[in-house]
Design a protein around this ligand. Structure first.
Ligand code: ZN
Length: 249
């Protein structure tokens, strides 16, 4: 039986002499599929199976194999400027590596469309430094590890003036609950973190926040640091592309 799904190509690997193993992110979750003969005959898949392409994947289930067979693919969206712009490419590679390493228990259509919208906007727009923390916070949210940024994680109180942050506890803590793991957090940084984790893919809004932050270098650095620390704490795997990304930010 053949069925079709929209998919983002996350990675591909040679298997044997002729086939390719292709990792696809789809609205139904992550799928590993085999593109038969894709190493030898390029005709069937042309350059369809390049990383970060969106394709319509026509897949077939087999009775014995654990992988699906990728019978055919149609190109839906080719990220041209992402491939040609070094900063965009590094950023999207970072995103791709995280998506590839992460397991999503509650994977949903929403999550897939978020990634799709985000890549389409990155393709059209200039790179913003806020894209990194935005992506990190949203991914934590989709994975069920969203930091609590509104109420004290320990007592539930909603602090009004003094905010402390504890990565270890998973969010903000109030004055009463703070301890050795917490650090003071200024309200501007918190406000932006809250905005990033709640908003959808909206480049105009991101550009505006980024503009406001131009003169607030400390707040900007703080936001970058906090979201990365949360990501590394809750998704503790090595991210190889991070070092390249940091050189371009
Ligand atoms: Zn508290």
């Amino acid at each position: 039986m053949i069925f079709s799904l929209e998919a983002l190509v996350l990675s591909k690997e040679k298997i044997g002499e002729i086939d390719l193993l292709v990792e696809l992110l789809t609205p139904k979750g992550k799928i590993w599929s085999i593109a038969k003969g894709a190493q030898k005959s390029r005709r069937r898949f042309v350059n369809l199976l390049e990383e970060f392409n969106f394709i319509k994947a026509h897949l077939r289930k087999t009775s014995k194999g654990k992988f699906l067979i990728l019978e055919k693919a149609d190109l839906k969206f080719l990220p041209e400027s992402i491939r040609n712009d070094y900063r965009k490419y590094i950023l999207v590679s970072y995103m791709g590596e995280i998506l590839s390493k992460i397991g999503f228990p509650g994977l949903s259509v929403d999550y897939f469309s978020f990634i799709k919208n985000l890549l389409k906007e990155i393709e059209k727009n200039e790179v913003l430094f806020l894209l990194k923390p935005f992506f990190e916070l949203k991914i934590l949210k989709f994975s069920g590890w969203a930091p609590e940024l509104f109420h004290c994680v320990k007592c539930g109180y909603k602090p009004k003036k003094l905010f402390y942050l504890s990565i270890y506890e998973g969010g903000i803590v109030c004055f009463k609950c703070k301890n050795g793991d917490s650090e003071i957090l200024d309200f501007k940084a918190l406000e932006i973190l809250r905005e990033l984790i709640s908003m959808s893919v909206d480049f105009k809004k991101l550009q505006k926040i980024e503009g406001d932050l131009k003169k607030m270098i400390n707040v900007r650095e703080k936001i970058l640091k906090i979201s990365e620390r949360f990501l590394k704490f809750f998704l503790p795997f090595e991210i190889n592309s991070l070092k390249f990304l940091k050189e371009t930010i």
